[in-house]
Each structure stands twice: as structure tokens, then as C-alpha cells.
Design a protein around this ligand. Structure first.
Ligand SMILES: *Cc1c(COP(=O)(O)O)cnc(C)c1O
Length: 492
């Protein structure tokens, strides 16, 4: 399997491909594009039938080996077996079996043959779906670094979910250190405790005396210093990482195979979306031949994606137009994985994709509506890819949390509430609608309290997390101090 950049010039595309292991540890391609396979591997009906009975780990192996053809199969099998266990994904709710990994729960069966189903992706160590991919990434990184006798210093900024998922995936991994910036005293007590209570020597929590934007600016400043990056072996694990996207493809297959008994049945997915990483994996599963009917992107008030799927106009937001909402993990100004879909939409034309995303930099967006003066008319092809969309407001999410608690007796988090609200607008007769549950309610207790007047239940082991000893350093917004700190702790 060869990989190409979404911005590769037609003349260079064939000669500049790379293998899975070459792009595993990196982020953007050298030309600023994102990596995709030169062609999507296809699944047959026979394969799907055989896969219906597999464990999650075995299914992950079957799918990954189509993408990571340069990793020996025995190694890949060992990596997936070590990652997808009931011990790692143990934070189940009543009625869920941990051994199932991403269990389904039928919320509603209607007379028209449709169903509303929840797929639990947030049973991992940080109670959010990012663990599904990040836990595998931790094992893949350790494996790849050991093979090359190399080390990697992961550096990033977080306002919550990504940072903790990365730390829990990389803790104790040989060859890896994590330096994670977060805004001092700006995260919830629960999220702070999740990260700062890690005592592993390879995890470095840096509480910055500033806001999240300051932390992001510091990451940019360090990333722009290529010499520093090279010398101290700095890397990232953000949502554009290709291995993360592939790992997410697996649960679309699991969801489909668990919800159906034969391959002539169709299923739709609704996905609470921010950076388009999660739903991009759904798009890839569909392109591989998984019988997905609709892929519904659900956004909050930060509706960059909903606007595109309604109008064909992609318009990124300025900071002042980016709202802090009660579903904070979807508060994005632009969708960093969206370029992968656009590349497919414009017929895998790297020159077009490059021009469109350069226009995002220079003009804040592009327009594929086909109207006079627009940048193209490919919006008319979107339906062929199954995409639909919708959005929720804070009031919608509160209502949905209450409805779901009343009707089905379970407490969902704010991101999942966004998904259920939008899913209900797109349920079609005879088709099962699976909503991806992206976090557990305990992570966003403030809003649960507002909606229900009572606290969200915490999984076992999290009851007193705020009381655990915390390990972190406080630092002013000072790039040189940060670089000195990283340099001193890498021993390089
Ligand atoms: C990251 C995240 C999302 C958004 O996922 P994308 O891949 O960025 O679209 C949604 N919900 C939760 C809880 C998340 O942590």
C-alpha cells in the first residue's frame, strides 16, 4: 500500500509515494497536504461475512493489514491483540460487555423498520473516543521506534481531550516522551486531575500561565524552529495522523457488522464532528465498500462543516467567531482532516486540492456550489458520498440529554447529545441509524448538572480522581523557557 499527499502535483504523484511506516510518526506531508492511500483497499462480501464473528482485536488486524502492508503480519496481530482488550476498554455502563469493545445499545425500534442505536466508543482510559485510535498509536509508536532504535518527543497543546488521550496512550512507552501544554487552571477539575495525576516519568505536564490560544502559539513557535525540532526529535499526535484515522475505520466495520445479519442491509452513522477525523474514517470505510447509507456530520454552534454540507461553501472561522460551547471538543474554527474528503470529491486532483486549500489561507475558504464566480461545482457530487449534516445549540443538547434520560434511562454527554439530536432528523425507514458516542457524561458534568439537576455517574476508579497527587510544572508564556525545559528533559 502506497500513500500520496493530497497536494501532490499530477507529475510527481507516482514518484513521491511512501509506505505506512514512513508516515506513521509524522504529520503533514512535505508539501503541506495530508496522506491518503493511492487507492482504497476493497472488502468483499465474503470477507464481511467472515468478519462478523471476529473479536474487535482480530477485526482491527484484518483491516489494518490492508493499510500497513510493510509491517509483518505477526507483529501487527500482536499489536492489535495488546491494544483492544477488555482491560483497556473497561469503563462500561450497566448492560454493556467490556469484552465486546464498542458495544451497541438499541435505543429505539420504530414501526417503519428503522432503529436508533448508540455505539459506545468512550469506554477507554480517558472516557472519550480518542482512546480508540490513540491506544493503538502508543503501541505502534513504541514498536516502530524500537525497530529504528530511535526516540520521539511528542509535543502539543490541549484544552482537554486530545492531551489526556495522548498521555494515557504513551505513558510508560519506551522511546517516547510527552510534553503537553495546557492553560493553567482553565480545564475542568476532572480533566486536570486525569492528566496531572499521571506519575509516569515520560509524561511532562506543563501548565501555562495563559489561555489555550497562547499554548497553541507556543506550539507553533516551536514547530517553526526546524533546527530545534530536528535536534530534539519533536513530533505530534494530532488528529491528521494517518494511523489514527485508520484505527478509527475499524469501529465503523464493527458497528455495521454488529447491527446487521447480512450485507444487503444498510446502516447510517451520525458522528459528532469537529476536525472531521472521526467521520473521515467513516468515509474511508464506505469507500472500501462497507454498505453505509448516510454519513451525517453533526456539529455544534461551530458549524463550519454543516455549512459546507448544506451549501458547498467552506468558510473557516476567525477566533472571535469561534464559540466556547458545552461540547468543547467540537469547538473548531477549521476542520483539519477535511482536505482528505475534498481530495476525493475533486476526483483526487492534487493540483486542485492544493489551490483550494491555498485559498483557505489567503481568502478564508472556498466555494464549490457551482454558482457564478465559485471555485467549482463538485458540491453536486456530495450526495454520492452519502454525506448529510445538522447542528445543535446548547438548548438542543440540554433537551436531548433530558429526553434520552427520560426515554431510555441513560445519561449521555453533550457531544453525544449533539449526535442524537441531529440523527433524529435523518432517520430513514428500514435503515439503522448508529450514533457514535464520543464521550462519557462524567467528563462534562457541569452540563449534566444543568440538564438533569444531578451529577453524572462516574465509572469505578474515577470517584476520587481530584484527590490524587498531581505532577506538573507551571510556566509563563515564554518560548525560550519552554525550549530550555524540553531540551533539559530529553537528555539529547
Ligand atoms: C475529538 C472529539 C470530537 C470531534 O472529533 P473529530 O475527529 O475532531 O471530528 C467529538 N467528541 C468528542 C468527545 C471528542 O473528544
Amino acid at each position: 500500500m502506497q500513500y500520496v499527499s493530497t497536494r501532490a502535483a499530477a507529475s510527481a504523484a507516482a514518484s513521491s509515494t511512501q509506505q505506512f511506516s514512513d508516515i506513521l510518526l509524522g504529520g503533514l506531508a512535505a508539501d503541506g497536504g495530508l496522506f491518503l492511500p493511492t487507492a482504497y483497499p476493497q472488502v468483499t462480501g465474503d470477507e464481511l461475512n467472515a468478519w462478523r464473528e471476529l473479536s474487535y482485536a482480530d477485526l482491527a488486524f484484518q483491516i489494518l493489514k490492508k493499510f500497513a502492508t510493510d509491517i509483518p503480519e505477526a507483529d501487527l496481530r500482536a499489536l492489535t491483540a495488546k491494544t483492544y482488550t477488555k482491560e483497556v476498554y473497561k469503563n462500561t455502563r450497566a448492560g454493556e460487555k467490556a469484552s465486546q469493545i464498542t458495544p451497541l445499545r438499541v435505543l429505539e425500534e420504530r414501526a417503519d423498520g428503522s432503529k436508533l442505536v448508540l455505539q459506545a466508543l468512550s469506554n477507554g482510559p480517558t472516557l472519550a473516543f480518542k482512546d480508540m485510535a490513540m491506544q493503538l498509536l502508543g503501541n505502534l509508536f513504541e514498536y516502530a521506534l524500537a525497530k529504528q532504535d530511535e526516540q520521539l518527543n511528542i509535543f502539543g497543546a490541549t484544552s482537554g481531550d486530545t492531551g489526556s488521550a495522548a498521555e494515557y496512550a504513551m505513558r510508560g512507552k519506551k522511546g517516547v516522551r510527552v510534553f503537553m501544554l495546557s492553560p493553567h487552571k482553565k480545564m475542568s477539575a476532572f480533566q486536570t486531575a486525569q492528566m496531572f495525576s499521571l506519575q509516569d516519568p515520560n509524561i511532562y505536564n506543563i501548565a501555562l500561565e495563559g489561555v489555550f490560544d497562547d499554548a497553541q502559539d507556543m506550539v507553533k513557535a516551536v514547530s517553526n524552529d526546524l533546527e530545534f525540532k530536528r535536534r530534539y526529535k519533536i513530533g505530534t499526535v494530532n488528529s491528521i495522523n494517518w494511523a489514527r484515522v485508520v484505527a478509527q475505520v475499524v469501529y465503523y466495520f464493527r458497528g455495521y457488522l454488529s447491527a446487521t445479519t447480512s450485507n444487503d442491509q444498510k446502516v447510517s452513522f451520525t458522528v459528532p464532528s469537529g476536525n472531521f477525523g472521526n467521520i473521515c474514517a467513516g468515509h474511508i470505510a464506505r469507500m472500501m465498500g462497507l454498505p453505509i447509507d448516510k454519513l451525517v456530520a453533526a456539529t455544534n454552534e461551530n458549524d463550519v462543516l454543516d455549512e459546507f454540507f448544506r451549501t458547498g461553501v467552506y468558510r473557516v472561522r476567525k477566533s472571535a467567531e469561534t464559540y466556547h460551547t458545552s461540547s468543547p471538543s467540537m469547538d473548531i474554527s477549521k476542520a483539519s482532516n477535511f482536505e482528505r474528503f475534498i481530495y476525493d470529491l475533486v476526483g483526487r486532483d492534487g493540483d486542485r486540492t492544493r489551490a483550494l486549500f491555498q485559498k483557505v489561507e489567503t481568502h478564508g475558504g472556498f466555494d464549490l456550489s457551482g454558482k457564478p464566480g465559485s471555485d467549482g461545482d463538485e458540491f453536486k457530487l456530495v450526495a454520492k458520498y452519502g454525506f448529510k449534516s445538522g447542528k445543535s445549540t446548547h438548548a438542543d443538547r440540554l433537551d436531548t440529554i433530558r429526553d434520552v434520560a427520560d426515554d431510555y434511562g441513560i445519561v449521555i454527554d453533550t457531544h453525544t447529545a449533539d449526535g442524537i439530536k441531529v440523527a433524529r432528523e435523518h432517520i430513514a425507514p428500514g435503515v439503522t441509524m448508529i450514533v457514535l458516542e464520543t464521550a462519557l457524561a462524567a467528563k462534562f458534568n457541569e452540563t449534566i448538572l444543568e440538564a438533569l439537576g444531578q451529577d453524572a455517574e462516574r465509572p469505578a476508579g474515577f470517584e476520587d480522581i481530584e484527590q490524587l497527587p498531581q505532577k506538573f510544572v507551571v510556566m509563563p508564556v515564554d518560548v525560550q523557557k519552554l525550549k530550555d525545559y524540553i531540551a533539559a528533559n530529553t537528555g539529547l
